[in-house]
Design a protein around this ligand. Sequence first.
Ligand code: BMA
Length: 366
Amino acid sequence: MKIALPSFALLWSCLLFVSCNTVSDNSMTERTNETQLLLSNLRKIPASGVVFGHHDDTVYGIGWEGDEDRSDVKSVCGDFPGIISFDLGQIELGDTMNLDGVSFNKIRREVVKQYERGGVVSLSWHVRNPLTGGDAWDVSDTTVVKSILPKGGVHEKFVMWLKQAASFINSLKTEEGVKVPVIFRPWHEHTGSWFWWGEKLCTPEEYKSLWQMTVKTLQEAGVNNALYAYSTGSEPQDAAQYLVRYPGDDFIDILGFDSYQFEHDTYVSAMEKMLKILVDVGHAHNKVIAVTETGYEGISDSQWWTKTLWPIIEKYPISYVLVWRNARERPTHFYAPYPGQVSAQDFVEFYNHPKTLFVEDMKLLN
Ligand code: BMA
């Protein structure tokens, strides 16, 4: 464990010791105190460092699945990521397991555990195609978004899907009944065209309406424990392009983007370009900024963490950086190290940097 920066630990501790009353904020929503505090703490993080995150961190990893309190990240550096994300894909169908075969009951338990450790939770949603019956990547029909908006042919069906997601988010409660605040990040990578909500699959107005309908439906269904994250891919070239499909300040709390390394130099320049955009837009709109997904599949570069990722992100006031999953069912599909992996030692160095924040850095000093 690293020594937590006292000021950071103190401010973060407030998150765990407040009542669960709701309070109003500037937007149209009412949110629980815990959710308000999560937002204000996310705003303060860049003064202390950057929170490290990993998708599906505690549900499976390389060579294991379902072990209690296990995490590839923890096995390498001794601590859990400060933020863990999970995916809601297939909650809309009423399934018991998500699209990657993780049970929603397990996800619920892990969400609560991460919160009780003092960490943050984010939820993405690879939602199925409500018109064709295909998956999130089914782009065979370009009228899906139009058809789920009010007056569209599958609007009622889609509202039911949103309500399924809402009911899961509402069910995220500690034993004491405190609703766990989460970051909800649907409709991601929409500046590409590989999901049915992507750029070539709907107009900017349709995309914005999709977001607005999503937030309003969740709120009407009683979701008062969610912050909302907007994340593009790395396609935007400037702030104006980043904002073409932005649903508006009342609907969004966190601005992010997803960008992966395939070729080193291209990755570095895409990250720098996107981070500069985020700083500008975040400043202009007074929003938290974050790298909502990144990574280098298979991490074949033994110094990737300290020589590629850290030198890029340390220059920007981002609240968190999150890498994608360590798939137990696809041997080369991993983005965090595990014991013995070639970048594991370098990851420990990254972890030891006083400005990378893991869960122990985020909880009470006692
Ligand atoms: C993708 C891959 C897929 C997975 C999906 C949703 O990037 O990891 O294998 O199903 O995310 O988690």
